[in-house]
Design a binder for this molecule. Sequence first.
Ligand SMILES: C[S@@+](CC[C@H](N)C(=O)[O-])C[C@H]1O[C@@H](n2cnc3c(N)ncnc32)[C@H](O)[C@@H]1O
Length: 367
Amino acid sequence: MTDSSESLAGVLSQQIRARIEAAGGWVGFDAFMALALYSPGLGYYANERPKFGSMPESGSDFVTAPEISPAFGRLLAAQVSEALERTDTREVWEFGAGTGALAEQLLGTLGDQVQRYTIVDLSGSLRARQQQRLAPFAAKLHWADALPDAMQGVVVGNEVLDAMPVQLLMRKKGQWFERGVVWDGAAGGFAWEDRPTALRPPLEIEGPQDYLTEIHAQGEAFVRTLAERLTRGAAFLIDYGFGEDEYYHPQRHMGTLVCHRAHRVDDNPLADLGLKDITAHVNFTGIAVAAQEAGMDVLGYTTQAHFLINCGLLQQLEQMPQGPRAMAAKLMMEHEMGELFKVIGLSRGVAPWPALGFVQGDRTHRL
Ligand SMILES: C[S@@+](CC[C@H](N)C(=O)[O-])C[C@H]1O[C@@H](n2cnc3c(N)ncnc32)[C@H](O)[C@@H]1O
């Protein structure tokens, strides 16, 4: 670790330790994850360290679809364009815009169809980078720290739901506990502590085995808020995850929580705070149910591969030179992003329509 990383991790740890002590010595993992990722200036998404990029040498920790290939945004633009027409709106809202790559791809493809493009992010630290990259579109661009009370248009979010804090539930010898975090003075670090809880996963987990999993109150609350505020429009959220049958499968007994640092995965979110991403897969059934209960319709749910093929990926691949084609193909390949990543489409204030991205391979019935 460099001196500056060490001091960032040290200062953030001391802050979180003080918060845990102020809370009586224990916080649920969701509170810990929120502090580790979003503490102003220090949290992983709030500090200035590089995060996004295709190679570890650039200082990045992981790579996302718009960074892998600009085809991602160009294809998503086909769906956004259709949704703007159907909802008769002219605005795009992007949650968690990273380096601005997806915004650049969407704005470059959609042209005059978009009059206003608003980036909503909890972390202000990427704004300068986005402003620089998106300078040619400056007249249309706006930034917001939170959702406005009422909004219209088409919402997009790539890998945003997986960055929302989760609660951890642990079943040991048949009894359920909420897994939280304490400061272990003797060891000089954070440690797990489980407390009995009335919380349960949305499905009964069959079998007697010990079982660790996550529940996603914050992600679901986010979708409910979106549904309440979006008076007319649609949303397309892309992320890794599954429906709840698969999420809470008896064999998935270690949960899905992982950390990413320098393109490596580890399972210890209690160390190197502020220096690594912490993420959990998305339970898309929970997202769909939360959206429907708050008045949205589900336009479709499918794999990223099906979605992009429905939006014209195969035709685009034919026209690309070999290098870019190999990168764009990763977006749909089963062992890369094609199968694990899913897209959910939601609408509000308009009659649902057979949306382009879901015309073939829709899996809404499996949610
Ligand atoms: C893994 S990054 C994805 C970045 C980008 N979309 C991409 O694909 O490269 C997750 C982003 O979501 C943002 N985020 C998490 N929760 C959010 C929320 N409730 N509202 C807006 N942004 C959020 C984080 O700050 C972070 O910038």
